[in-house]
Design a binder for this molecule. Structure first.
Ligand code: HEC
Ligand code: HEC
Ligand code: HEC
Ligand code: HEC
Ligand code: HEC
Length: 179
């Protein structure tokens, strides 16, 4: 049996529609996943530690005023407290496990600059810019910080342009951030 031209046209349209839907689906899944918080080795709760326990950001991210990266706390830093706290949650049990195995906890970084960008926490923290100004109210959050598209070149430049006039030229020159 020979297909009529209208049957052929229908088949072609169906294939085109299905492939367009396929592409859209792949794009939607990609977008969804890029906005998801990456899974962490255990659910860490900033609010409990910052607001209830009263720890400062630098207690755990202790390189933030000394070097380029803020740094993540060692297992030892966590367990110093938690060896005295009976674990009642799954997260605390996982923490104990890492400590007993003397392993460091493989936290997954979310805010990462591309290699061709130079950023240093030290200069900013020592210029009295608060962590919250750049990262938001992390200390009030009960879930892991998520990916944000906010920290792009325009964002850096907007703040650098607002600095005292005599510093603006240096802070907005390409070489400041692209060495
Ligand atoms: C200065 C002490 C201290 C340090 C340091 C500390 N914790 Fe805690 N943590 C606590 C206290 C107190 C609680 C609350 C316990 C409770 O409510 O039963 C807690 C709660 C938790 C919980 C359960 C919270 C929840 O609501 O699910 C987890 C998981 C946890 N801590 C992991 C960590 C990890 C990981 C580190 C290191 C990055 C760490 N803690 C460092 C004192 C500390
Ligand atoms: C008890 C230790 C502890 C304290 C105190 C703490 N943090 Fe954290 N922070 C962590 C751990 C562990 C992670 C990684 C797990 C996660 O993202 O939930 C983290 C992740 C982060 C991240 C995400 C980093 C990235 O890009 O991957 C930011 C930003 C951050 N903390 C900022 C802060 C700020 C701001 C404060 C103070 C208001 C603070 N933290 C206090 C332990 C701590
Ligand atoms: C001027 C803006 C700015 C300030 C102020 C700032 N950060 Fe960040 N932070 C960033 C940027 C940008 C990144 C991504 C850096 C990279 O990929 O090199 C980052 C990354 C991080 C990370 C994950 C990677 C790492 O460096 O270990 C943590 C944790 C963090 N910041 C914590 C803090 C804490 C705690 C403070 C306050 C003591 C703070 N930050 C102050 C902009 C800032
Ligand atoms: C909220 C304001 C603010 C934001 C956002 C910010 N900066 Fe800065 N930055 C400053 C200030 C203020 C200084 C100057 C500190 C000083 O001179 O003491 C500075 C200094 C620097 C320097 C040192 C420049 C030099 O030659 O001394 C670099 C590099 C830099 N910033 C990179 C970045 C990058 C990259 C980003 C974005 C990822 C960024 N900054 C976001 C406020 C900011
Ligand atoms: C205050 C810091 C800062 C300064 C000054 C700065 N940049 Fe950037 N630049 C960034 C950051 C952060 C990124 C990466 C994030 C992004 O793509 O927006 C970037 C990305 C770029 C990219 C890649 C864009 C892309 O889409 O991949 C180019 C090209 C670039 N910058 C050129 C320049 C030139 C040229 C200058 C001087 C006129 C300059 N930048 C000055 C911070 C800066």
């Amino acid at each position: 049996m020979q297909a009529t031209s209208s049957q052929v046209r229908k088949a072609v349209i169906t294939v085109v529609v299905l492939s367009v839907l396929g592409v859209l689906l792949v794009a939607a899944v990609g977008l969804y996943r890029s906005q998801q918080t990456p899974p962490q080795p255990l659910p860490f709760n900033h609010q409990v530690h910052v607001q209830k326990v009263g720890l400062s950001c630098l207690y755990c991210h202790s390189n933030a005023n000394k070097g380029q990266s803020a740094g993540m706390p060692t297992t030892q830093r966590c367990i110093a407290c938690h060896q005295q706290i009976e674990p009642t949650t799954e997260g605390e049990r996982i923490l104990r496990q890492y400590a007993e195995n003397e392993e460091s906890i493989p936290w997954v970084p979310v805010a990462i600059m591309p290699d061709f960008v130079y950023f240093s926490h030290q200069v900013h923290v020592n210029a009295n810019i608060s962590c919250e100004q750049c990262h938001g109210e992390v200390g009030q959050s009960t879930i892991a910080p998520s990916l944000t598209k906010k920290q792009n070149m325009g964002w850096c430049l907007a703040c650098h342009q607002n600095q005292p006039q005599e510093r603006v030229a240096r802070l907005t020159s390409c070489e400041a951030c692209h060495k």
